[in-house]
Design a protein around this ligand. Structure first.
Ligand code: NAD
Length: 449
């Protein structure tokens, strides 16, 4: 019997069967190291590897990725950390199945192109391996149900790796909101607003420059992500926005998302970029591509507790990066774009204040205590806290803050927004993926901060 199955069955016998999915996971012997496999070791997978290789309580047993270059880059990281080399599964797109079958894994992290996420998460849950799933939007609502149903059938937990929930300012504002300084929540805004036009490519001379190539000639996300802008029109990357927003208003925990209505602008940004780029021009083959994705996709979401949410997707026009958070309640609001806050009775009447003193005062405990260790980790350190939380859940069976129900809800916004845009902004109902569990579930994220 595989060690993992043995540990789970033993702990099940000890605890008595529980309906709480995943209770048996993480009940391992504390002296054992967590055995991890990685599916997809591209640039994001390598971020995860970097954090994992620094730890003494995990072993990275295996990597599954068909791309030789990414495997090589990852193996160099093992060398430079003097870590035992993992088993490599690189025999094509489905070799992760062999990894799941062969290796005795406790957990797996999936960091592949979006179209693989659900397939691979479902395969891992079926293999009874604790799943850490990178973020994305889904392709269909059915796919989201498949994730939920596989979790319910296999009782295998899924941790949705939404790192922005751990952003320092978000966590400070969560403290401030929970103390009631902004009053009752009324309206929130968020989005993915990141100029992604400068896709990386390899021209054989100056590898990985910003250029105008995509598909086989591209590198990393340019190989696959830009293709979505050709074929789809919707909010393709909703979770960095809706994930944090969900924490402020307890989505799937006493509240739920009800409806979405989306509209898309015309599509000009990528074509303009290609024809005006020094490596592109009117005669470049990619200048003929007809991009489908509206440069600016805007969605309006309603919730059962009566809040409204505006969500932006804006990746193909020139702009500085911003997730555009706005958190507004009956006593005031925070707007990230201007670093500004206004709290009635505290701020000078009708005047914005800079948010820094508030961010300092309400800084979350995990940031104060873990700041030093987070230095150098990806995305301003927040990836360190995400990894800590993921490993805590996988090792100790702690309650997962962003679980399969959150993954399904947040990911479903992509196909629902695509459908809504096709129908001129028609309202689409967001399924209750918890089947009513949301009524009694409690928000457990970042309490006691
Ligand atoms: N949370 C964040 O801040 C953050 C940041 C970057 C990327 N991401 C997400 O991480 C994921 C990966 O993005 P990336 O930037 O690393 O892209 P990438 O292209 O650099 O890496 C993807 C890797 O997956 C591999 N792959 C493709 N098909 C596979 C298969 N069938 N089995 C195994 N491996 C396969 C590719 O060969 C590649 O090495 C995406 O979902 C992306 O949205 C999240």
């Amino acid at each position: 019997m595989k060690r993992r199955t043995f540990v789970r069955n033993t702990s099940l016998a000890g605890l008595g069967f529980s309906v709480a999915p995943g209770l048996s996971f993480g009940s391992r012997n504390n002296t054992e190291k967590l055995q991890i496999g990685l599916i997809g070791c591209g640039l994001r997978g390598q971020n995860h590897l970097e954090l994992l290789l620094k730890r003494s309580d995990v072993v990275i047993v295996a990597l599954a990725d068909p791309n030789e270059e990414m495997i090589e880059r990852s193996l160099k990281m093992f060398d430079s950390n003097a870590a035992v080399k993992p088993i490599i599964y690189n025999r094509g797109d489905y070799d992760y199945e062999r990894m799941l079958e062969t290796e005795d894994l406790d957990a797996v992290i999936i960091a592949t192109p979006w179209e693989w996420h659900s397939k691979q998460a479902i395969a891992a849950m079926n293999a009874r391996v604790f799943v850490g799933l990178e973020v994305s939007g889904a392709f269909s609502v059915e796919e989201c149900w498949d994730l939920v149903n596989t979790h319910l059938e296999t009782k295998t937990p899924l941790y949705f790796l939404e790192n922005v929930c751990f952003r320092r300012d978000i966590m400070a504002m969560l403290n401030l909101v929970r103390e009631g300084l902004l009053g009752e929540m009324v309206h929130l805004e968020c989005g993915y607003q990141h100029d992604l036009r400068g896709v990386k490519f390899n021209d054989g001379v100056t590898p990985y420059n910003s250029g105008v190539e995509l598909g086989d000639k591209g590198f990393s996300e340019a190989k696959w992500r830009t293709n979505h802008s050709i074929h789809r029109n919707g909010d393709l990357y909703p979770t960095h926005g809706i994930g944090p927003v969900s924490q402020f208003i307890d989505v799937n925990r006493g509240n739920r998302l009800l409806t979405i209505s989306s509209m898309a602008s015309k599509s000009r940004g990528l074509h303009d970029y290609i024809v005006n780029h020094e490596k592109g021009g009117e005669n470049h083959p990619n200048a003929k591509i007809k991009f489908n994705l509206g440069d600016k996709v805007t969605s309006m979401i309603t919730t059962s507790n009566g809040e409204t949410i505006v969500m932006h997707h804006d990746t193909n026009l020139p702009r500085p990066y911003s997730l555009g958070f706005r958190v507004q309640g009956t006593r005031g609001l925070w707007m990230k774009v201007n670093n500004s806050i206004y709290i009635e009775g505290m701020s000078p009447p009708h005047k914005w204040e800079n948010d820094s003193p508030y961010l300092e005062k309400y800084d979350h405990k995990i940031w104060k205590e873990g700041l030093e260790k987070s230095v150098g980790a990806g995305h301003g350190g927040m990836d360190y806290f995400l990894m800590e939380s993921f490993l805590d859940c996988a090792m100790n069976g702690s309650e997962i803050p962003f679980d399969v129900f959150d993954a399904a809800t947040w990911m479903s916004l992509t196909p629902l927004s695509e459908a809504s845009i096709k129908e001129g902004g028609a309202v689409r109902y967001i399924p209750d993926f918890t089947n009513g569990l949301w009524i009694n579930r409690k928000n457990n994220f970042a309490l006691n901060g």
